[in-house]
Design a binder for this molecule. Structure first.
Ligand code: ATP
Ligand code: MG
Length: 247
């Protein structure tokens, strides 16, 4: 669909169009449309902008990703449809591996996501393996790659579901999520939750990592930035931001 640039909801409609296109291409599951709708509603309440709180969380996430020994970026159908190119760029900037991990089981869709990432510049994309599982999880997302999520110390999961965030933490991993809903279980359970739209947060995260690298910060300095992050407090601040917009 061609949306005129003058349309007051041009940006939002354009993003929606990308998700619909993802479904048509077989990258995004049809349920992904519902998840996107919930995201849109929260974005509306947040004023469709990156808040100052989100910027602080992005700083902490950037530092944590630079400190990681085995960072991994976990990709699902919605993030592949919206920010494939940016996630590939992020993986090169950190550097971190890319791994496909989807809720609604489909080998065909996993391969489509992988090929879509490769088309967008990825050199290597890991897929889940049938003989490799993380503990304490029943859904399809328990299957992981032994060289990827299985051995990762920090998992970056734009658009995570709450139970897997909890499980990854139980598996002794640090988890960074991007979630527009500050009330969601994923946001609450994450080590660092960035309450923002992935289409805005990922480019900003890439820039932040580049800046931290440019300043050549020591491990200690990066650790201070991470320590500064109090997830519960940041979520409260995000809710207050919504509240301010509402009144
Ligand atoms: P839980 O409470 O267990 O975390 P959930 O409500 O998050 O569950 P989903 O249906 O998987 O479960 O919701 C998807 C989440 O992704 C929603 O919280 C929604 O706000 C968020 N989301 C959707 N699109 C985007 C986007 N483009 N950027 C950031 N977050 C998004
Ligand atoms: Mg969630």
């Amino acid at each position: 669909m061609s949306i005129p640039k003058t349309h007051p909801r041009y940006v939002s409609l354009n993003i929606r169009d990308k998700i619909v296109d993802g479904v048509k291409k077989g990258i995004t599951s049809i349920d992904g449309l519902i998840a996107h709708g919930r995201g849109e509603a929260f974005d509306y309440l947040l004023g469709e902008k990156t808040t100052n709180v989100a910027k602080k969380s992005i700083d902490s996430a950037a530092a944590l990703l630079l400190l990681a020994k085995n960072p991994i970026i976990s990709i699902n159908g919605n993030s592949a449809a919206l920010v494939s190119k940016e996630l590939v760029q992020l993986s090169k900037t950190i550097p971190a591996k890319l791994e496909v991990n989807i809720f609604h089981s489909s080998k065909k869709r996993e391969l489509k996501i992988k090929n879509h990432l490769i088309k967008n510049g990825a050199k290597e994309v890991l897929l889940p393996q049938n003989n490799c599982k993380i503990k304490y999880l029943d859904s399809n997302r328990k299957y992981v790659n032994k060289n990827g999520i299985y051995k990762a110390d920090v998992v970056f999961v734009p658009l995570e579901d709450g139970d897997r965030t909890e499980v990854l933490i139980k598996n002794k991993k640090k988890v960074i999520v991007v979630d527009l809903n500050p009330l969601s279980r994923s946001a609450k359970k994450a080590t660092i939750a960035i309450v923002d739209n992935i289409v805005r947060a990922i480019p900003l995260l890439i820039e932040t990592i580049k800046n931290l690298k440019r300043y050549n910060l020591s491990k200690k300095q990066l650790e201070v930035i991470v320590k500064h992050h109090d997830n519960k407090r940041r979520l409260k601040e995000s809710i207050k931001e919504i509240n301010r917009n509402l009144v």
